[in-house]
Structures are given as C-alpha cells and as structure tokens.
Design a protein around this ligand. Structure first.
Ligand code: GDP
Length: 362
C-alpha cells in the first residue's frame, strides 16, 4: 500500500509544511508565534488562523496577507495550503522526532537575537538541525533594538533597512557580519535571504522584529517559497498515515486523551489505531477527533469542535479507551485489518525498545 501511496503522490497536491521554532531562551520564539498568529486576514471565515492541538494553522490567505509587501513574492504561485507551526517553541525533542528516518519537522526557524549573536542553546539547536539534515532559516531578531531604528512592518525588510539612518545601517552591518562569522565557526555558511543565490551551500538569514512585525512577511515568504519548491516532494500529500503522539493528557470530563500531530494521511472516527504504551502496544478505536473552537469566539474552557475525519497536516486531540499508558513521542498507526493490527503491534513493540535504547544511550 505504501507503493500505491507513493504512486498517487503529486506535487500538485501539497500539504502544509510542519514548522518548528528553535533557539536560545529569550530570543523571541514565543513573540514570533504570537505575531504570526495576529495576522489580520480580511475574509475571516475563509482565511482565519486557527489554533489547533499543539499547533497553529496558518492558512495560505494569512501568508498572502503578510507577504503583500515582500519584493519579488508571487502570491499567485503559492502551492502550499498554509503552514502548521508547532506551538511549543524550543521543543527540541520534537524537532528531533523522526518517522521512517525523516524528521517530523519539515522546516525550522532558528531565532537569533541580533544583540547577542549565537548563544549556547542556539548552537545546540543548530547541531540538532544539521545532524538531522533538517532545512531551516535564521530569523535575526530584535532589529528594532538597533540604535535609532524606526519600524515599518508594512515594508519589504530589505527596502526598509536601506531607508534607516546611516549609523543604524552601519550597526546592522557590523552585528550581521559578526554573526555570519559565528556561524562560520560552526561550519555553517549563512547570508541574507535576498542575497542567497546558492541555497545548497548557504543558509538564509531574514532580519526581523518579532515584537513590531518588521521582516515577518519576508520570513514567511521565504519559508513558503523554499518549502514548496525545494521540498515539494516531501510535502506531496499521501494517503499513508504519518502521525505522532505529542502529549498524553487527562482532561476533566473527557478522561485520558492523546494530542497527535497528523503530518500526512487521514484519521477518522472509528479507526482502529495501534500505539505504543509503557506496558506494550495499545490497540483502541478512535471515539472522537477534537480541535479547539476558533479563536475569534470567546473561548469556553475545553470547548471542542468534533470532526469525523481530518487530513494532514493538522494537530488533533483523540479520545479513545485505554490511553492511560500511552507514551508521547512515538508514532500512531491505523490498522485496516486484523493481520495489519498484529503486524503493527510488533512494530510498536520495536518502537518502544528503540526508544528505551536511545534513552539508555543518553
Ligand atoms: P523566547 O524565550 O525565545 O520564547 O522569547 P520571548 O518571545 O518570550 O521573548 C523574550 C523577551 O524578548 C520578551 O520580553 C519579548 O517581549 C522580547 N522580544 C521578543 N522579540 C522581540 C523583538 O523583536 N524586539 C524586542 N525589542 N524585544 C523582543
């Protein structure tokens, strides 16, 4: 069936790339997420940003809105349906999760504070990304802290930087060059995204102010263009399931639930799923697929919308029996037949021993 799924794969039908935000504490990871979430979309019904389980879904309309001012950006050529951004910034372990040898995170934003340069956790995140061969972009954040900087989130960041006072431009240049050298020390070539003519050799840097919104359009435009061209093949939607358990939670009134990131494929109510538990494989049936109600409504705590079916990439809460011993960080499978269920139970046992093995190694 995997072969059939591969054959049906088409780069005309892309899923949203799964994006992680990494970097040292206080560089502005949370602020960046907040700012992206606050994108004003004209037609709210069609294009509103929605908070999902453990992730934020940024629809294509919101990307277009943010990228309006970005030079050379062609909104009509957008092929991805949006982004799925993982909400827990700095969730290193998530960026490290792999399914069939591939990182679960399709693209990462590595946030660096322009005033501080590379810090301990930046280097750790960088190593993790390089080790996993995960593509990423560097957000050179807090440019508003440059001396005499004036903000304009409605302009292309590179055009805007040119309009800054001479001393501000000079300070930017000096800090930028210092950071380029710090990356070089780590063996990584980096260059501003608008100057990057060789993306195989050079990683791109986008100057941003997560606080004021400057450069956020350029950042989103860069991610959209890069993921849908260079990584289109990885983003082709396939009906083969690729899902990972992120959290196991007990919710008053609901019981034990699992929060799952569905990267590819579909999940349906009544599907028989197999996942890894601390006492061995768990086989259970999906009772409910839940997502939070949209942000614009006043949110009643624990109010969820119920779905019959969801399609990757999305974040969802699953309600089912016997989830108490479920383990996070491992894949979830759907069994279509009894034979398949038996096979998947074995697979799930193997996943557990692999996970235990890697914990022991640490
Ligand atoms: P995190 O630890 O990486 O998630 O960092 P936060 O998003 O919590 O930001 C840490 C601090 O830096 C907060 O006080 C933010 O308001 C501030 N901050 C974040 N981004 C910017 C920015 O672009 N400019 C300035 N001046 N401050 C920022």
């Amino acid at each position: 069936r995997r072969e059939d799924a591969e054959k049906a794969k088409s780069t005309d039908n892309l899923r949203a790339p799964v994006i992680c935000v990494l970097g040292h504490v206080d560089t502005g990871k949370t602020k960046m997420l907040d700012t992206i979430r606050r994108t004003n979309v004209q037609d709210n019904e069609a294009g509103g940003i929605t908070q999902q389980i453990g992730a934020t879904q940024v629809p294509v309309e919101a990307i277009k809105e943010r990228c309006k001012q970005v030079k050379d950006f062609k909104p009509d050529e957008l092929k991805i349906p949006g982004f799925l951004i993982i909400d827990t910034p700095g969730h290193e372990s998530f960026a490290n999760l792999r399914v069939r040898g591939q990182s679960l995170c399709d693209f990462a934003i590595l946030v660096v504070d322009i005033m501080h340069g590379l810090e301990a956790q930046t280097i750790e995140s960088l190593k993790l990304l390089l080790k996993g061969g995960s593509p990423f972009v560097i957000a050179l954040n807090k440019i508003d802290r440059l001396y005499n900087y004036t903000s304009n989130p409605r302009k292309d960041i590179y055009e805007h930087l040119k309009s800054q006072p001479q001393n501000t431009q000079l300070e930017f240049k000096e800090r930028y060059e210092k950071i380029v050298a710090e990356f070089a020390e780590q063996g990584v070539n980096v260059v501003l995204s608008n100057k990057n003519t060789n993306p195989d050799e050079y990683m791109s840097i986008v100057p941003t102010s997560a606080m004021l919104g400057d450069g956020v359009g350029n950042l989103m435009g860069h991610i959209a263009q890069t993921t849908q061209t260079v990584y289109a093949n990885k983003l082709a939607f396939v009906d083969e399931l690729d899902a990972t358990v992120m959290e196991v939670r007990t919710i008053p009134g609901l019981g034990t639930t699992i929060d799952v990131i569905l990267v590819n494929g579909r999940l349906r109510v009544n599907d028989i799923v197999v996942l890894t538990g601390s006492d061995g494989p768990i086989m259970t049936q999906i009772r409910e697929l839940l997502m939070p109600a949209p942000l614009k409504e006043i949110r009643v705590k624990n109010e969820y919308l119920h779905y019959k079916e969801i399609k990757g990439a999305q974040g969802v809460k699953i309600l089912a029996k016997n989830l108490e011993k479920a383990l996070a960080g491992l894949p979830l499978f759907v069994a279509n037949t009894l034979d398949e269920a038996e096979y998947l139970k074995e697979e799930s046992k193997a996943q557990l021993s692999k996970a235990l093995h890697s914990i022991k190694k640490k």
